[in-house]
Design a protein around this ligand. Structure first.
Ligand SMILES: [Zn+2]
Length: 62
């Protein structure tokens, strides 16, 4: 499985990620690292920001 956020292989648990609107308009589903995953380091800055927020949320729930 490849993470839709960081394009890395997911070795541990994965969560389903609805990719929603892609450029072509086709709906595709993918998998992503879980919100709290330290392995997820997206290359795209705005995704990295999103991930950081998700990680904070996941940490706050604990
Ligand atoms: Zn990832």
């Amino acid at each position: 499985m490849i993470c839709v956020d960081c394009d890395r292989v997911i070795l541990g648990p994965a969560v389903r990620a609805g990719v929603g609107e892609s450029m072509s308009g086709a709906r595709m589903d993918g998998y992503a690292h879980p919100p709290g995953s330290e392995e997820c380091r997206p290359k795209v800055p705005h995704k990295r920001k999103l991930r950081a927020a998700m990680r904070e949320q996941a940490a706050a729930r604990r």
